[in-house]
Design a protein around this ligand. Structure first.
Ligand code: AFD
Ligand code: MN
Ligand code: MN
Length: 429
């Protein structure tokens, strides 16, 4: 293995932080023991938990209008893999990378898979891109892609998705995530029913190309780039499409793709109830954005989502195997730091959800004891689980203090000497 940061640097930093961590871990262990919870069992679950990071999140995205790159940003898939390996090495929570094509195109995918493996990384869901035109492309996506009124454009979008599956096979992926930027900005611009017909017809052609053990994850988004209607606007459209396509089609929930205040945890429960919960893109949002660090605005919502996931795992119905991924494109932070902060928060919400006294919760629910049901969740949410996460990381070779160790490594400064500068380019990813 060819890990990007020196193991000695991490070990030295951990030596400084270990005594305090052991103290905090023992104290939390005693507190949890009084509630009948073995802290080591929670730590083991956290150690087994994992997330993917997006290649496009390794660079600075932008606001809607501009991009302010930082020195040392990655400019190609090889450099992105290196940065993803830094995140994985420090957090021990993100061993997989989700690539996006054609952005991450190379000539030899076998070699790319080996390169990732040498950094301790595997590949997660492959993402197609039919929301942008590429140089030399025959048809424009200005009229949409899988739902375009132009048959040849729909065909091009189908072929691109099929190509992504082929690339994914070579990389060891088993999921194709499809987000289309299709939709309208004006009432009357397109027929709302017929545009969905066209999408379903084209998506079925992509579905037909899926290998047996693959899934097609449909990502809904109610806004952007079309602000009046999008073709897969919400979880309702998503589950209907997934049901029509077949058992390998599932729904992917990007937390930032809903109207403000939508009850996302209930959507999660509903999708699971019908065997259609395919996965997540974790991020947070305040208004109409979808790229803030996970839990930075509403960590409680993230906890409630994980509470549903723990319930779902205990009641698998038609299986339970959601794909967990971060989807963020940062514009004012170092992307590595933001993904470390998100991984920490996501892991913490999972750990808190594991702490919920399920028996007490279910009994209170059955007895209609609203306050005690609420308190069962609140007690778990109030616990500071950071020593559990830090101990799991430390035992797996990660950093107790991830951000401190990252800064001490001077990774970004060192990369600024080696990597070519990013062009100014347009904003948001
Ligand atoms: C856009 C979308 C969506 C998607 C991502 C990558 O909002 O979240 O997952 O692009 O295709 O940001
Ligand atoms: Mn997304
Ligand atoms: Mn998004």
């Amino acid at each position: 293995m060819n890990m990007p940061l020196s193991a000695e640097l991490i070990a030295e930093a951990n030596t400084r932080d270990l005594e305090a961590l052991e103290d905090d871990y023992a104290s939390l262990g005693r507190k949890l023991e009084r509630a009948g919870i073995a802290i080591d069992a929670i730590k083991e679950r956290v150690a087994d938990f994992s997330l993917a990071v997006p290649t496009w999140g390794a660079g600075r995205g932008g606001t809607r209008f501009a991009k302010f790159p930082i020195a040392g940003e990655p400019t190609n898939i090889h450099e992105k893999l290196e940065d993803c390996a830094v995140i994985s090495q420090l957090s021990r929570l993100t061993p997989r990378v989700s690539p996006h094509f054609p952005w991450d195109k190379v000539s030899d995918y076998g070699a790319l898979r080996e390169e990732a493996a040498s950094l301790g990384l595997g590949f997660d869901a492959v993402n197609s891109n039919t929301f942008q035109d590429q140089p030399g492309q025959a048809k424009s996506y200005a009229t949409g892609s899988l739902s375009s009124t132009v048959a040849a454009t729909r065909q091009q979008a189908v072929e691109h998705n099929v190509e992504c599956i082929e690339i994914g096979r070579q990389l060891g992926s088993t999921d194709l995530t499809v987000w289309v930027g299709d939709g309208t900005n004006f009432p009357g611009q397109q027929d709302l029913a017929r545009s969905l017909d066209r999408y379903l017809d084209a998506a079925a052609q992509v579905y037909a190309a899926l290998p047996d053990d693959w899934r097609m994850l449909l990502e809904h988004k109610m806004f952007e780039p079309a602000f009046y209607s999008t073709v897969i606007s919400d979880w309702g459209s998503s589950i209907l499409a997934a049901q029509e396509l077949g058992p390998k089609a599932k729904c992917l929930v990007d937390l930032g793709h809903h109207a403000p205040n939508v009850n996302i945890e209930q959507i999660v429960a509903r999708l699971h109830r019908f065997g259609k919960l395919g996965g997540f893109h974790f991020n947070d949002s305040k208004y109409g954005d979808d790229d803030l660090d996970s839990g930075s605005i509403n960590p409680h919502q993230l906890f409630l989502v994980f509470n549903e996931l723990v319930e779902a795992e205990l009641n698998p119905r038609e299986g339970f195997n959601p794909n967990y991924m971060i989807d963020q494109s940062h514009n004012v932070t170092d992307p590595i730091e933001s993904m470390l902060s998100s991984a920490e928060t996501i892991g913490a919400c999972f750990a808190k959800a594991l702490l919920v006294d399920r028996e007490a919760l279910h009994m209170a629910q059955e007895a209609n004891d609203t306050m005690m049901a609420f308190q069962a969740l609140r007690r778990a949410y109030n616990v500071d689980v950071s020593p559990i996460l830090a101990m799991a990381r430390h035992e797996n070779g990660g950093a107790i203090d991830m951000l401190g160790t990252y800064r001490e490594s001077r990774w970004r400064d060192r990369k600024a000497q080696e990597r070519k500068a990013v062009g100014l380019g347009a904003g948001i990813v």
